[in-house]
Design a protein around this ligand. Structure first.
Ligand code: ARG
Length: 718
């Protein structure tokens, strides 16, 4: 009896997004409810030292980095630590075969050597505020279809008021599936310079083979710096800008970690869907996840083939390859773990309990039924969306061509609208260099052929655009495969989008005729138009129901569990998760330690495998045991460690902070056994993979010889 009760209880906790010690991405403003527990786990700071808007607190050292990552300030000169994979694009962008910092690393020995980056930003949160009442009042009684636009208007008004007469930027975001709204005010810096990076054989050691997995030996860090104008305010790049003086920076502790030590991760987690229904999980497992993986496979294989042929192509495609490969493996892992952990069964169990509870509550009784009904239509079209995003527009030419849609509209206008044409041309001209910097025609021709063929085969014929028939007719060949190869060949022979010079020529004198007869443009537009006119209305209708019912569902879950503390899904806002350093057992009879070492890097070394090469300089340091003050007690170097903190994509680069508020590591990944984590938190398996800050400092100091950076930091020693 006791056992049964216990099991039911633990299922309830497992399947629900109402936290336990380690689970939860908490809004810093609301941490006070968790404070006692954080202290119990080992936190030594006051709640105000974590988050305060009047005096400097830890939050002032946490940076939202380019929207997809987190960074932290580690010196009074605006020095930033983030992951190597967060700096990857910038690092690759600065790399050429003759000055190859991606492969060789880069260590600025003075401010003047730091490298400028276009399109980078780093934002520090000034304050956040609950604006739920105001938003809710504005949308009360508004028809479901119009809620979005009405809400948009209030958001804008609030944002405007919050930033008036300041240099700040503001955003209002929805929480708990539209049950609460918070305003975030930021100071956004745009002169962000690259300071240092290890070679990718360290920063990406283990590559895609080890990605999303523990035990891990990756030195996943890179270093940037925020520059500001003379008044310490945000400014676009100028050589007169100076290093930013932050309100707060993190001290760095090299005292080391033990199992059970308190850790918290402060950062900007991007997206979780912990309140997802069983219906949503089923669609992901059966349809969209496997399709995403299959479609990405095509791109990865075609790129890899060309990347192994030449270094310049490898450098050109590295960053795109890494980002597609990262989530390709993510979806494989998510599907596998959702199945292994029987998440569908658990959710269905939980939904049964919910329905039981809601039975006599008219406002909640039919929520899940309504959602289930909406899925009947949605499931006919869910795959189409994936095939548009990852299929049709997985082709770089098609994606690029579609960007010319505004220009076509402007050129088509009844009365010639020179202003609109010029505006579109200006914006397109800005993107030309960037696009062709990472464009490889040989692989893209194969990609276009294969992806179009997959669309043809896997999307029901009644959902195809009429253009599909034209492709088939014009390129008739013995097999479907050859037909689509012929199609791609024609596109690559005739489209202006294949060559930068042709696009530049077109933009110098754009005509409607040239654009409309371009085969890449025609392809992109036909599939896109078919999608927006015939498919999207179904998806939108589903979203309206799923969102409105989802709002009620979360509200009801809170009522159903009044004693539980709830945390909202991740939405790229500042969160804190707390827990401890903790080992785990991935499967029966196997125990994983909580840390990895440099000896482990050497053990994985394989000079014949690109992903497992070890730079000569690191081997030399290892052989001489030249570890300085960064050595562990056993005379090794600690490389990675794991905690039970609750993170997701967007947390990449986040500081791992000890009970005294000092930096001990950088979070950079999740582990394979809990890849379902964005939908389902499993306390037994879910871990955060971090790089030990001692490895980072060892690299800077001993490997990179950048003692200039070491002396900028405040290092806490034994
Ligand atoms: N899985 C890591 C994350 O999403 C990214 C690791 C990048 N490395 C790679 N091999 N693609 O945060």
């Amino acid at each position: 009896m006791k056992k049964i009760v216990l099991t039911l209880f633990s299922i309830g906790i497992l399947a629900s997004p109402f936290a336990k010690a380690d689970e939860g991405m908490w809004l810093p403003m609301l941490l006070k409810n968790n404070y006692a527990e954080m202290q119990r786990l080992g936190l030594k700071l006051t709640a105000e030292q974590l988050y305060d808007i009047n005096t400097a607190s830890l939050k002032d050292a946490i940076v939202w980095f380019n929207g997809g990552c987190t960074a932290e300030i580690v010196s009074d000169k605006g020095l930033l630590f983030t992951n190597h994979h967060c700096g990857y694009g910038a690092i690759a962008n600065h790399s050429t075969p003759s000055d190859n910092i991606l492969d060789n690393g880069f260590w600025a020995k003075s401010f003047s050597e730091e490298k400028e980056n276009a399109n980078m930003w780093a934002s520090v949160l000034v304050r956040m505020e609950d604006v739920s009442d105001r938003v809710n009042k504005a949308i009360a009684g508004v028809e479901a279809k119009k809620v979005d636009s009405v809400r948009g208007v209030v958001f804008k008004a609030i944002q405007k008021e919050a930033t008036e007469k300041t240099t700040y930027e503001a955003t209002v975001k929805s929480f708990f599936k539209d049950n609460a709204y918070y305003l975030f005010v930021f100071e956004k810096f745009t002169d962000i310079r690259l300071v240092a990076t290890p070679p990718q054989s360290i920063g990406k050691f283990g590559g895609d083979t080890d990605n999303w997995m523990w035990p891990r030996h990756t030195g996943d860090f890179s270093i940037f710096r925020i520059y500001a104008n003379k008044d310490n305010k945000p400014a676009t790049y100028s050589k007169d800008n100076v290093p930013y003086t932050p309100k707060k920076f993190l001290n760095v502790s090299i005292k080391g970690l033990q199992e059970g030590d308190y850790t918290m991760v402060y950062g900007f987690p991007g997206r979780t869907n912990r309140y997802e229904t069983s219906m949503g999980i089923q669609t992901a497992i059966e349809k969209t996840n496997p399709a995403t993986v299959d479609l990405r496979d095509i791109r990865l294989k075609a790129w890899k083939e060309e990347m192994t042929k030449s270094d310049s192509v490898r450098l050109l495609l590295s960053s795109r390859y890494a980002s597609i490969a990262n989530y390709w493996k993510y979806y494989i892992g998510q599907t596998e773990q959702l199945k292994r952990l029987k998440v569908l069964d658990e959710k269905q169990e939980m939904e049964k309990r919910f329905n039981q509870w809601a039975k006599n509550k008219p406002e909640y009784a039919n929520i899940l039924q309504h959602i289930q009904d909406a899925y009947i239509d949605y499931n006919k079209y869910a795959l189409h969306r994936t095939y548009i995003n990852e299929g049709v527009f997985g082709s770089a030419v098609a994606g690029y061509a579609l960007r010319f849609g505004d220009l076509e509209k402007a050129l088509k206008a009844e009365k010639p609208d020179t202003a609109a044409v010029n505006k579109a041309v200006r914006s397109l001209k800005k993107g030309v260099d960037d696009f062709y910097k990472t464009f490889n025609a040989v692989s893209e021709q194969k990609i276009l052929a294969s992806l179009a063929e997959m669309f043809y085969k896997n999307i029901p014929a009644d959902q195809h655009p009429a253009y599909m028939a034209e492709i088939l007719k014009k390129n008739k060949a013995k097999t479907t495969k050859e037909t689509f190869e012929k199609f791609a060949e024609t596109v690559f022979k005739k489209s202006m989008f294949i060559h930068k010079a042709d696009v530049e020529k077109f933009l110098a004198n754009p005509t409607l005729k040239a654009l409309q007869k371009d085969p890449a443009y025609a392809y992109a537009l036909a599939f896109y138009t078919n999608y927006t006119t015939n498919i999207l209305p179904h998806l939108d209708a589903f979203a309206t129901i799923n969102t409105a019912e989802g709002t009620k569902y979360v509200k009801a879950l809170m009522e159903m569990n009044p004693e539980k503390k709830f945390y909202p899904d991740a939405n790229s806002t500042l969160r804190l998760t707390y827990g401890n350093v903790k080992a785990y057992s991935p499967k029966d009879a196997v125990e994983y330690k909580y840390f990895t070492t440099l000896s482990g890097v050497m053990a994985k070394e394989n000079p014949d495998e690109f992903e497992f090469r070890v730079p000569a300089r690191l081997k030399e340091l290892y052989n001489k045991k030249d570890f300085g003050m960064y050595a562990s007690k056993d005379g090794d170097i600690n490389v990675g460690f794991i905690t039970n903190n609750d993170i997701t994509g967007g947390n990449s680069g986040s500081p791992v902070i000890n009970g005294n508020g000092e930096l001990v590591g950088l979070a950079f990944d999740g582990n394979w056994e809990a890849m379902s984590g964005d939908i389902y938190f499993d306390s037994k398996y879910k871990r955060t993979i971090c790089v030990d800050v001692r490895y980072v400092l060892f690299m800077i100091d001993k490997f990179g010889g950048a003692s200039n950076l070491i002396s900028e930091m405040n290092i806490i020693k034994d």
